[in-house]
Design a protein around this ligand. Structure first.
Ligand code: AMP
Length: 279
């Protein structure tokens, strides 16, 4: 396994692999890798000759009051996990290798106006920019993203379509802890008490899935889910919403494929979870 820090050395390796006719898969991450990330890397390993994992805490997707500094990092652990999963290259740049102010940004309206985009106004502009850069640096055949960040996945799919990236986007299911909590690098912020309280998200997902299967309208589904979360004193709802799976715009009736997504503060930690419902 190789590790690169700069765009130039990464491009050189990619060029050689392409000349050998190899297919390339990319798994973009912010590091502090867990089994959720591992599931993407495994799928990428199955489907490509070369597996590239990017490990970069992207500053442009954090708001000024968010946890950029505190975001957990452990490159030794990440690198050992990637190696054990058969990764060929980890691209691990420093921010100064990626951004020189003033910068060119990629932005997508409408899809980023709701859900997490509403609470984190610059977040998806940073995501689209860094993902576009990674696509241009690595030029993968396929790129792997988790359903855990369902709005991000929808936005990346739309961006690829709109900007004509010749890349297949592969969505991968949410990996959970045994008790239901969606795996996340941010779970490390939780105290033991908060870790227990955080189960209200996956319980709300379960409740939502039950109610939606009985044919309920959006309002009823969301009320039931909010009811579950409000039983937990340490939880504070940022949003619980039902949106069209493609446009990310709110819906009242379940007539097309929908995404039911939430963000909930457990103490100071903001956690997300979601489920999709196909008609
Ligand atoms: P992050 O490092 O949090 O930016 O995540 C990198 C990629 O891993 C994103 O595509 C996430 O959606 C995906 N991911 C993170 N957690 C999970 C999980 N629990 N299950 C599946 N995919 C995940």
């Amino acid at each position: 396994m190789q590790v690169t820090k700069t765009v130039e050395e990464t491009r050189k390796l990619i060029k050689n692999w392409k000349m050998e006719g190899k297919t390339i898969g990319l798994v973009p991450t912010m590091g502090f890798l867990h089994e959720g990330h591992a599931s993407l890397i495994k799928k990428c390993r199955e489907e490509n000759n070369i597996v590239v994992v990017s490990d970069f805490v992207n500053p442009t997707q954090f708001g000024p009051t968010e946890d950029l500094e505190a975001y957990p990092r452990d490159f030794a652990h990440d690198s050992a996990l990637c190696e054990s999963l058969g990764t060929d290259l980890i691209f691990n740049p420093e921010p100064e290798n990626m951004y020189i102010d003033p910068y060119t940004y990629v932005n997508i309206d409408v899809l980023s106006d709701t859900l997490c985009g509403k609470s984190r106004p610059i977040h998806f502009k940073g995501v689209c920019t860094v993902v576009s850069k990674l696509f241009n640096i690595v030029s993968p055949d396929k790129a792997y993203f988790g359903q855990k960040d369902a709005q991000q996945l929808a936005i990346v799919r739309k961006m690829v379509q709109d900007l004509n990236f010749d890349i297949q986007i592969v969505g991968c299911p949410i990996v959970r802890e045994e008790d239901g909590l969606a795996k996340s690098s941010r779970n490390t912020y939780l105290s033991p008490k908060e870790r227990q309280a955080a189960l209200c998200l996956s319980k709300a997902v379960k409740k939502g899935q039950e109610v939606i299967c009985e044919g309920a309208m959006a309002e009823e589904v969301l009320d039931e889910m909010c009811g579950v979360i409000k039983e937990e004193p340490l939880a504070k709802i940022d949003y619980v919403s039902m949106v069209d799976a493609l446009t990310m715009q709110p819906v009242e009736k379940v007539e097309k494929d929908v995404l039911v997504a939430m963000a909930v503060y457990i103490g100071k930690t903001r956690l997300i979870d979601n489920f999709s419902f196909q008609m």
